[in-house]
Design a protein around this ligand. Structure first.
Ligand SMILES: *[C@@H]1O[C@H](CO)[C@@H](O)[C@H](O)[C@H]1NC(C)=O
Ligand SMILES: CC(=O)N[C@H]1CO[C@H](CO)[C@@H](O)[C@@H]1O
Length: 332
C-alpha cells in the first residue's frame, strides 16, 4: 500500500469545520436530549431498581440489559419483592436511602437503628445523582469496553477493501496531480478513535490544490469510482468507496476558507498518548450510534478533549459520560 508519511490524525473531514469549541457544538439540542437520557443507564440510576426497571432500555441503548441478572433473579417489576431484598436498591429506598450502601450487607442488621440509618441517609444524599456503586460501575465499564472493541473491529475483508480504495486514490492523485502529490492517511482511523462505520480520511500533501486541479482529480477518481464522487461545501472530495465513505482532503488549497485551512494545518494527534480519551471517543460514538444519532466525529473528539483537560485522571468511562454531558449542555 503506497501510503506514505507518519500517520497522524485529525477527526473525520467530510464537512468538517474543525474543533471550534462551543460554537461548533450548537444547534442540535433535540439530539442532545435524546442521548442524555440514553446515557443515564451508562452511569445513571435507572438501573438501580426503584421499581422503574426497564426504563433505561426504552432508550434503546442496551446498557441496561444486565440489571435484572445482577439482582439475582429478583423480578425487576416486582417492587414488593425488591423492597424485601436488601441486595436491591428498592429496599434502601424504602428506608429513605437513595442509593444502596456500598457495604450494604454490614448494614442489614441495623435497619432498625435510627442513628445508623440517618447516617446512611446523609451519605446517600451527598452523592451525586448519577452515583453508582463500584461493582456496578465496573460491570458497566466492562460491558461498554466489550462493545467498543466490537464496534471498532473491522474484518480482514473490510480492511482489504479500504486498502484497495486507498490504492485507487493514490493512483488517481498521481495521475491528476503529478508525482509530487502524496496521499496520507489521516483522521479517526489513523487516530484510533474510529468505529468500523467511520469514514476513511485521506489527505493530499505535496501540492497546492486549485479548483482546476481538483477537477482533474475528480475526473480521475470518476474513472474508478464512477458516479460516486462529489465536492463538498468546504471544497473537499467525497467518494463512495468499496469500503465506505472516503474523504479526500488537500492539505493546502486556494479554495479553502481561512478557518478551515487553519484547522487542517493544525493537525496533530491529541490522542496519541491518551488511550483512555481515545477509548472515550469510541465509547461516545458507540452510544450515539446505538441511539441512532448522527454527530460529527470531531464534535465528539472536542467534547472528550475538553472533559479530559478538566479531569485528566478519569478513566474512559467517566470521560465518556462527561463528554456526553458536555455535548448535551452545549447544544442548548
Ligand atoms: C462492526 O461493528 C458492529 C457493531 O457496531 C459489530 O456488530 C460488527 O461485528 C463489527 N464488524 C466486524 C467486522 O467486526
Ligand atoms: C491534520 C493532519 O492532517 N494531520 C496529519 C496528517 O498526516 C500528515 C503526514 O503524516 C501530517 O503531517 C499531518 O499533520
Amino acid at each position: 500500500l503506497a501510503l506514505t508519511g507518519v500517520w497522524l490524525a485529525l477527526p473525520s473531514f467530510c464537512g468538517w469545520p474543525g474543533c471550534l469549541g462551543t460554537a461548533a457544538l450548537s444547534g442540535q439540542s433535540r439530539i442532545a436530549l435524546r442521548f442524555r437520557s440514553g446515557f443515564g443507564s451508562m452511569g445513571g440510576h435507572s438501573n438501580e431498581g426503584s421499581g422503574s426497571s426497564g426504563s433505561s432500555d426504552s432508550d434503546g441503548n442496551g446498557l441496561g440489559d444486565e440489571s435484572d441478572a445482577y439482582y439475582d433473579g429478583y423480578d425487576g417489576n416486582n417492587l414488593r419483592a425488591n423492597e424485601g431484598n436488601p441486595n436491591h436498591p428498592s429496599f434502601w429506598k424504602k428506608l429513605g436511602i437513595d442509593h444502596r450502601p456500598d457495604n450494604w450487607k454490614a448494614y442489614v442488621s441495623f435497619v432498625d437503628d435510627p442513628i445508623v440509618m440517618s447516617d446512611l441517609r446523609r451519605q446517600a444524599d451527598e452523592r451525586p445523582d448519577d452515583w453508582v456503586d463500584p461493582a456496578t460501575h465496573k460491570r458497566r465499564r466492562g460491558l461498554l469496553e466489550f462493545k467498543i472493541n466490537q464496534a471498532a473491529c473491522r474484518s480482514k475483508e473490510e480492511r482489504k477493501a479500504a486498502g484497495r480504495d486507498a490504492v485507487k486514490v493514490v493512483d488517481a492523485a498521481k495521475k491528476a496531480l503529478g508525482g509530487q502529490a502524496m496521499v496520507l492517511k489521516n483522521g479517526s482511523q489513523a487516530k484510533k478513535t474510529d468505529l468500523n462505520t467511520s469514514d476513511l480520511d485521506l489527505k493530499i500533501a505535496g501540492t497546492q490544490m486549485t479548483s482546476q486541479t481538483r477537477s482533474l482529480l475528480q475526473q480521475e477518481l470518476q474513472r474508478t469510482f464512477s458516479g460516486k464522487v462529489e465536492v463538498t461545501r468546504k471544497g473537499i472530495l467525497r467518494v463512495q468507496g468499496e469500503s465506505g465513505q472516503l474523504c479526500i482532503v488537500p492539505m493546502r488549497a486556494d479554495f479553502y476558507d481561512e478557518e478551515f485551512e487553519a484547522t487542517i494545518r493544525l493537525g496533530k494527534n491529541d490522542f496519541e498518548q491518551k488511550p483512555e480519551a481515545r477509548k472515550a471517543v469510541r465509547a461516545v460514538k458507540v452510544k450515539l450510534q446505538e441511539a441512532g444519532v448522527d454527530v460529527k466525529g470531531y464534535k465528539v473528539e472536542c467534547a472528550v478533549q475538553k472533559a479530559e483537560a478538566e479531569y485528566p485522571d478519569d478513566d474512559f468511562y467517566d470521560l465518556a459520560r462527561r463528554a456526553m454531558d458536555l455535548l448535551g449542555r452545549e447544544r442548548k
